[in-house]
Write a protein that binds this ligand. Structure first.
Ligand code: A3P
Length: 325
């Protein structure tokens, strides 16, 4: 038996097991040995109990804002890089480690909230996210929000235009979604960001290969927009948030904004910023038809998934997307 100094040993090890060079942070409280050697100042209570996983442009900010109104619920402190989102499980932030992630959450002694959560809308379609999230937060509940994938794609395109993206400004939505694989890279990238997150069933199946279905709630984004009080009540039941918060007293439709907003006083509401609920022309009919066809197999699989999960109320947008082909 021979050995070598630690650095060489590590190099040898990762040559033999290259797949292990990428860390996967586990939950220290799931293993007594880890918990015992962990600093006494640290506690798993400082980890989120639920995650709002996206996808982008489905109403995630409204859901995040409404949840944060609940006195027993707290989200993470804002991140300097990504505004309110931490985006830990999907990108390079993951390599910053567990302490970095936990530093975004209040310690239990400094907080009266019993339910910590975070919302990062890019988690939904990140390849590695379900595996990583499950390794650290196996008991967390997951909340996803879905709208018509065609409308989500259009909203994303409008979002990129509003942010001054050259490609979105120079190409019509129809040109973006019909771009072929020979198109310039930047156009293909925008096309992919418009289209790929909307393959809902594929992404959900990946989450469900790690988490049991009882831990997942699929919120209908159209319902969140039109009947947020009903949706928030269902969400509170799913998350077992007690005592229940009476959203009917705290949310009111604002006809100027055209959305539900937070009640501030009898004649004042606080709505989401101008970047949420933007004004733009409706999608061209030919683009919608094309996307209906494009998403047909994905939406059919989603319908099956709904049935398998026992969600008997099929969203109206899904029925419409699957109809009139
Ligand atoms: P549009 O701006 O395209 O209308 P996200 O927060 O995930 O980026 O989603 C943004 C979308 O949330 C908006 O897209 C808007 O349609 C929707 N939304 C739902 N409820 C809303 C609310 N109460 N206020 C503002 N936007 C809301």
């Amino acid at each position: 038996l021979i050995s070598v100094p630690p650095v060489q040993l590590a190099e040898k090890y990762f040559q033999m097991y290259p797949e292990e060079a990428n860390p996967v942070w586990g939950n220290p409280c799931d293993d007594m040995r880890h918990e015992k050697i962990w600093s006494r100042n640290k506690t798993c209570e400082q980890l989120p109990r639920f995650l709002v996983i996206g996808p982008q442009k489905t109403g995630t900010t409204a859901l995040y804002t409404f949840l944060s109104m609940h006195p027993e619920v707290s989200s993470n402190f804002p991140s300097q890089d990504t505004f309110e989102e931490i985006q830990f499980f999907n990108g390079k932030n993951y390599y910053r480690g567990l302490d970095w992630y936990m530093s975004f959450f209040p310690t239990p002694t400094n907080s009266t909230s019993r339910y910590l959560f975070e919302k990062s809308a890019t988690y939904f379609d990140g390849d590695l996210v379900p595996r990583r999230a499950h390794a650290l937060l196996p008991h967390a509940k997951l909340v996803t929000i879905l709208i018509s994938p065609a409308r989500r794609a259009y909203s994303w395109y409008q979002h990129m235009r509003a942010h001054g993206d050259e490609i979105a400004l120079n190409y019509s939505f129809h040109q973006v979604i019909t771009a072929t694989d020979t198109a310039p890279k930047t156009l293909r990238e925008l096309r992919n960001r418009c289209l790929n997150p909307g393959k809902y069933s594929q992404h959900l199946e990946r989450w469900l290969s790690y988490y049991p279905p009882q831990q997942l709630l699929i919120v209908d984004g159209e319902q969140l927009r039109n009947n947020p009080i009903g949706v928030m009540n269902e969400l509170q039941r799913f998350l077992k948030l007690t005592p229940p918060f009476d959203y009917s007293k705290h949310l009111r439709y604002d006809s100027k904004k055209g959305f539900y907003c937070q009640v501030v006083s009898s004649d004042h509401t606080k709505c989401l910023g101008r970047s949420k609920g933007r004004q733009y022309p409706p999608m061209e009919e030919r683009s919608y038809k094309l996307l209906q066809r494009y998403y047909l197999s994905h939406n059919t699989a989603l319908l099956k998934l709904f049935k398998r999960l026992g969600n008997h109320v099929v969203p109206q947008w899904l029925k419409e997307d699957l109809s009139a082909l």
